[in-house]
Design a protein around this ligand. Sequence first.
Ligand SMILES: Cc1cc2nc3c(=O)[nH]c(=O)nc-3n(C[C@H](O)[C@H](O)[C@H](O)COP(=O)(O)O)c2cc1C
Length: 192
Amino acid sequence: MKVLIVTAHPNPESFNHAMLVSMVSGLESAGHEVKIKDLYAENFDPVLKAGDLAVLQTGEIPSRIQVEQEVLLWAEGLIFLYPLWWFDRPAILKGWFDVVFTNQVAFGFEGDSVKGLLKHKKALVVITAGGSEDYFENTDAMPLIHRPVTDGTLGFCGIDNVQHKIYFDVPGLSDNERKKILNEMVAIGQIF
Ligand SMILES: Cc1cc2nc3c(=O)[nH]c(=O)nc-3n(C[C@H](O)[C@H](O)[C@H](O)COP(=O)(O)O)c2cc1C
């Protein structure tokens, strides 16, 4: 399968980056074709500007957005890997959606109804969190994790086939627990 991984962590030494490396090796060993968008590493500009909007309103697509959308449309599978920041994705990833998931490419309208245009794609959302599973289970915070990306963005664009892997307490994990997660990242090659 053609797989696009979109990831957003500023530190190349982070556990998120170790997870990325394991994930890519598992996917490639399983025969998948992988492209990576490491948004911080490529200094992605996440701000949708007045000039971009003005061009989009004419029905054209600014060239910097076209480049991103070509990769999105190439992919049959999408993987999002990010640390939970304020119960949401890091702002740079939110901005990637602002810029790339435009009307007529990611979604459209039929009369009053929304039409998701990315229906045929499958997705996996991998999130690391600082909070404990107990905290998320025993407060009303758990649904917040799923609202922004899975429900609010992917669901709106017609992607219903979304799997999740959520890791809690990540800063406090032991070496063995980290190894177990890295093995799970390698195994993504088999489930995707
Ligand atoms: C700006 C910022 C906001 C954060 N917000 C949350 C949050 O809302 N909930 C949570 O459980 N952890 C939060 N964290 C903790 C990170 O999710 C956690 O440290 C990270 O997932 C660990 O992965 P890493 O070692 O690869 O950085 C936040 C961290 C930062 C820097």
